[in-house]
Write a protein that binds this ligand. Sequence first.
Ligand code: GRG
Length: 291
Amino acid sequence: MIKKKLLRNGKKIDKFLINFLKKQKSSLLLKPMKYGVISGGKKIRSTIILDVGKLLKIKEKKLLNICAAVECIHSYSLIHDDLPCMDDDKIRRGKPTTHIKFGEASAVLAGSSLLTLAFEIIADKKYNINSQSKNEIIRSLAKCSGHTGIAGGQELDLKFENKKKSINQIIDMQKKKTGRLFNFCLYAVSVIANKKTKEKKFLSNLGEEIGLLFQLTDDFLDIKGSRKKTGKPVKKDNKKGKSTLLKLMGEKKAYMFATNLKRKILLKLEKHGKNAKELIDTIKFILERKY
Ligand code: GRG
């Protein structure tokens, strides 16, 4: 069921991106950009956006720009993450990484162009939401992507290699590196739904916790998963001396931590009753996933 939902959403977002790019002038970077963002990845972040749309009763049409922008930011971060100066990976989503296929310079430029494309997609004139919401969404996406979000988290991740770090330092790094984009996913829908500040805060914190859960599973998959299923090399974290909760706590305690976190997240969704069903299914998948 969930796999079908992910595939269905993935196709919708790919179609949106293909159409959006078709309307733009051509460039040499289009090919590596498309390679990095289209037909690949689980599109879990888009799925969460659409699930939260169901929770807050927002029409899908109003959310597709947000989904496409988030996938652009996510793919940009992966393209840069795979570069030799960062994690130096050769396989991603079951195929050669963008820099292996197109060269390092083109991968850097295609990644940067996906980052800016995300903002173009939200600022698009045809995206029919009120301009105050648009502005709020753009500001939040910028904050989640920059030095206090994804990029800052990545810097901490690299600086933490082969260092002894505390649980709180690792959680802070993972919440920035992975959690902030999930935070944005829930926040953006709450802005479109015209929610009050308190509810927007509640949902964005929840998003960050979902992101942390997602990162914890990513760490488990590095030791227990298969390259075939994840589409990327496994057993790399230890070799690189990555600071993870799994390494610090050990497998059993880290799994307990993740299970408790999942329980805490699900408990917070109880007040939404059956409207939260799709989101709950996706959260359960996040911890059980094999890819
Ligand atoms: C160079 C300014 C600058 C920024 C780069 C590289 C970077 C910022 C951030 C990296 C962030 C990163 C790779 C976080 C890990 C998050 C994670 C678990 C990614 C895998 O996500 P999935 O499983 O991937 O959703 P798919 O392939 O399914 O889309």
